[in-house]
Design a protein around this ligand. Sequence first.
Ligand code: S3P
Length: 446
Amino acid sequence: MSHGGEPMPMESRAAGPLRGMAEVPGDKSVSHRALILGALSIGETRILGLLEGEDVLDTGRAMRAFGARVERLADGEWQVQGVGVGGFLEPEDVIDCGNSGTGVRLIMGAMATSDLTAVFTGDASLRGRPMGRVIDPLALFGAQARGRRGGRLPLALTGAANPVPVTYTTPMPSAQVKSAVLLAGLNAPGETVVIEREQTRDHTERMLAGFGATVAVETSTEGRVITLTGQPELQGRTISVPRDPSSAAFPVAAALIVEGSDITVPGIGLNPTRAGLYDTLVEMGARIDFANRREEGGEPMADLRVRFSELTGIEVPPERAVSMIDEYPILAALAALADGPTVMRGIRELRVKECDRIDAMARGLEACGIRIEEGTDYLIVHGRGPRGVAGGTTVSSRLDHRIAMSFLCLGLAAQAPIRVDDGAPIATSFPGFVALMRRLGAEITA
Ligand code: S3P
């Protein structure tokens, strides 16, 4: 749904230490994929721990519009009765993907090789984001798109009636583009091949294999080569969604910067294609213990214990960017309280997320009294140590959940409160964020 409602200002301020258990919701990336692959399967898929955030609920509604039965059985427990590969029906109305780039791009991929037309839209943030990156490869299958200038939404996509398989090298590191091509390849005959120069999150490959598709992954001189055999019969299954490492990053960061804090964050997905932030934090001096490492449903996970730590600025290796791409906003906030500069390079993709995240963090941190250097693909935050952030300002969240949560966390360790002009977008990925943080002892008012 489009989030055109009233802005919801929020404010956070320094208070006592954070203590207790932070049970964060299910992984957003895995949740979208579970609904979409469930809808493309034969029989029943049962999803446990689904993220019930706006982004994922929009994808669930979309899957209904394409003909699947999607039902909520209990908290986080959902059932999908799929239509099978090639079984999508033509939606009767516009598909509104709200704030979700992942939702719209994956769904466009999933329908691009079916003989039907769907019209996609989203909120003001999503309507500003580039769709050419998925429309271009989907055209190679034979799909046709008509959108606004620059391939922006609203956009009508007519799937290929006689799709051909495709070999495609992704021009930018993007799991959404890779996944859109693989999902389109499901209903094309023969082998669809995606080559990525840098490995992005691999939930789609893992889950496709789990549903019974044949997916081969090799490394060549060109990069990572993923080959999918088209027109499989996917079989419904049960999926346990790990807790989201990107959502966990917020309480983890808050505990690191609020003196005396000691929290536990159980069951966090630590797929190596997602866990870059945690390596970075440890290098900065964070006291994080990883206990009870295990694998569930093909995804590695662990329980985290996080304690207040004095952090030191570092240079984040640019090749790590892809495994922590969503975590730069919260890292930039933490970096403001570290000793010395934190240098973040190779982050051009942040310019086309829910907002321009380099600009949003730079302007917000400057308003909080922090010196910043920035360029097209880098951001340097000159940290002022544990008590060095002035705060006492209002920051614009720009319809971006992660910008809102990053500044609310920073406010917990700033000298004066930090106000965010609109915290409503937090519900897209982390409903219950404010309640969870308050239970830990944070002072956040909405
Ligand atoms: C996602 C991929 C990433 C990430 C997004 C979720 C996914 O986007 O930023 O939050 O689930 O595939 P890109 O593919 O644009 O890098």
